[in-house]
Write a protein of this length. Sequence first.
Length: 446
Amino acid sequence: MAGNTSNSKALYRTIWRWHFYAGIFAIPFVILLSLTGAIYLFKPYYEHWQERDYRGLQVTGEALAPNDQITTALAAVENGKLLSYRLSQSSDEAVLIKVQADTNWMVFVNPYTGAVLAKERTDDQLMNIVKTIHGELLLGNVGSILVELAACWAIVLIVTGLYLWWPRNTRGMAGIIYPRLREGSRTFWRDIHAVTGIWISAMALFLLITGLPWALVWGSALKEVRAIDFSAQQDWSQSRAQEHQHWRAQASDVFNLTPAVITTAQQLQLAPPVELSVAASSQASHHKDHNEHNHHELMAQSWKASSQTSNRPQRADVWINGDGSIEKRSDFAQKKLLDRAIGIGVAAHEGYLFGRFNLVLGVLTCAGLILISVSGFILWRKRKPESALGAPPPMPARVGFTVVAITLGLAIFLPLLAISLVAILVIEFFVLRRLKGVNQWLGLGW
């Protein structure tokens, strides 16, 4: 019996060490990702406010033809090509036309006067910057890998934290599901750390896992698996560099956006915002015939109306011919099961799947992750010796089947975690343990 107790304590101490080391690496990233994630949750509200000056325009007679509006927008950007035309939601709203040149631009045009109200670089938009920090730390692929690695170790943090939290020989729920506030500073911070963790652990794991399709390594592996049975292009990207190659729109300098196309697109009542772009299937022939001014070809040009609502299950794509007839339609329900599952996960991750409660839940989870990180740092500082890192001292332990199974499962599911785990063990055994000062400071000695 004593042997079992000793081994249980040793296993607890070992898992505590992994929890500690995972925290040392992941906590700075968790705080940054939580802050940027919480900000990004408010993207549609911020952008609605940001475009306040482009609503409430004076309606003066008939609006200019869509082609004239597009021509005006393209003239405002040197060497610009049309990416997309956003349907206005009211008659007094400016038209947003996205233009591709050296970079992507957003051009707001008054539909009645043809005046260019503003042109802005897409990359300079606050929410795009926040998104890039959240996904890549402004470091491109290197940053994407670091974020993915941090997410993997954050999952380890939560799994090991749940094991450490699990009630053992306790009376009542104090310190388990609610904190003890009057038993000293160390107990207070320990309970804040543990209790907050248990309340948000499920949602935090959900956010981490649903963020993986965007990750460079994990997302690329998913893309390869998906390609086995999927011909349609996926509705998410693994990096900022890929976004310009993504499904959204292919740049075209030949266009004929007829009033019939606009009318049909409006009658479809797709979830806003709705963007119209030249259908990819029609671009090659139009470029080829551009110099011939083939009027018939332009009249036959088809357009793709795409709902860009953040609630992805409500998205749909409709291909419309130049005469306003519908060529085909693709709804979320028609997607393969994997794509639907990822789309639902992405919508929930971004806070749009089930209304404002989804937003509130996301903000609370981000706030909880920050609180866990800060309280964990305070706990570490309270117990850290002056001359050492303060890792829990090691004890040899027998690792049971459950722990091995969970570790292997995580390693298989998170390949970057497995690679980093092997690298850590190799460096620790062959380098760190042989450097006496470093060994003692890290607490690696047995």
